[in-house]
Write a protein of this length. Structure first.
Length: 101
């Protein structure tokens, strides 16, 4: 005779993890994505934000960096370009101004 274990209820995955219908465990969200408690999938970070693996939310990029929607990390603006807090792109400096790296 084999014993079978059955659950009386299902448990929520914690923030930063997800489980599709019928799953037996939670899976960690990848870098560039996030989830809240009890999520069935992870959501992509919007432009200007990023996340590390297992994140409950996305954080804004700091000034001088940007994220165009891949969300795994913020990239440094190149010489002659700048960005403000939470930018999804860098902007060229105006004539008469400069931005070193």
């Amino acid at each position: 005779k084999t014993s079978q274990v059955s659950s009386r209820s299902c448990s929520n995955c914690t923030a930063g993890y997800f489980a599709a219908a019928g799953a037996v465990s939670c899976t960690q969200c990848e870098a560039g994505t996030y989830s809240s408690n009890g999520a069935g999938s992870c959501l992509l970070c919007q432009g200007g934000k990023y996340s590390t693996s297992g994140s409950a939310s996305c954080a804004p990029c700091v000034a001088g960096t940007y994220s165009n929607g891949t969300g795994a990390a913020c990239s440094q603006c190149t010489e002659g370009r700048f960005s403000s807090f939470g930018a999804s792109a860098c902007t060229d400096c105006q004539g008469g101004k400069y931005a070193p790296t």
